[in-house]
Design a protein around this ligand. Sequence first.
Ligand code: ZN
Length: 402
Amino acid sequence: MKHEGGRRNQAETGYRSVNTWMRRAFGGIVCAVVVLGGCKDEEEAPPPPPAPLPTTGPFAAPTYASYLKGMRICLDPGHGGRAKRKGYKRGPTGLREAEVNLRVAHCLREFLEASGAKVYMTRTRDVYLAEDEREDQRLRVEMANRNDCDVFLSIHHNANDANPNANFVSVWYHDDPDHSPASLDIARQLAVGLIDELRLPQQLGCPIMSDKLMYAKSGFAVLRQAKVPAVLCESSFHSNPEEEARLRNPEYNRREAHALFVGLARYAYAGIPRMRVVDPPDGLLPESGAKQLVIELNDGIRDRKSWGWDRPLILSDSIVVRQDGKDLPFTFDKQTNLVTVPLPSRLKLGSMRLEVRFVNLFKQSNPKTSLELKVVRKLPLNRPVAKALKPPLPAPATEESE
Ligand SMILES: [Zn+2]
């Protein structure tokens, strides 16, 4: 379906395009708001016949799922426990969102663990982590932060009480796109994975959405408090009678989990860029005197030693080094992947924080963007010296051959 184009500011475009799209899709029914987990207190109606399932395929792992090995992934099945209360986040015939979220998470865990990923679950049973809702949400994301996870994925299903026809995929990130580009890398793969696998008849023009569309000031608590790449999936609408019937089917839950699994595997395959300070190796800088900082970038792919690994795998124009929001000058050596930042001869005592961003050839961003150094009056004696760096890449061949 064609959706609205035009140039408007981002928030406005988001709201209007969803509503315009809804109006067009549902012949004039205006969706006041897409309610996350809306309440249902109506009398129970007989369950509608389930819509035929789209063609299913085997749940085989893609070959590139091997790159999930060693990744730390935190799965957060939304809600649970006290959400048993009548009408709380239930579909038209009473299916509880919390149960579906948990079933999908268990299947996804199975797929991920079979591929060698380390999975952390915020809950494995029908429980709430704390009576207080804020505390419950804090505890969920804290698990991902504490374990320095590569991904925090909160699994939900959407509801729209005003429009039972609504049923589409959306994946949510915190704040604006600059907040965490790595979260967008994950969101993109999950959204396309879900759209391909679930084949819902509706789709948004852009399924990747900011949580500020829902809560303009704070966004979602679990995403706001994440210190690691974090997304929240609303895979489909349990308020849609046909979708509710499908969501009761464990095989369908497995398909959804498989879609998320394939999305995460694609994220892993694209390589996770990293960086580290190599000089000074102890992170200490003298307050005065000539000095520089050397940062080694890792594209997340080179260490696989795949054919062509010794070619540049970082987009050099993507590299940004900032301090207090200001770009700093630097040089980048494509052969060694080293970024050298000349520093002023006088620095302020105390901690010095830099932000470094770049993307690899899959256009995947480094999740950890912050570097912290310490400026001291006097450097200690017997400091470690910078270790020998990786040998530079071989010079490019001058002659072409096929
Ligand atoms: Zn939910």
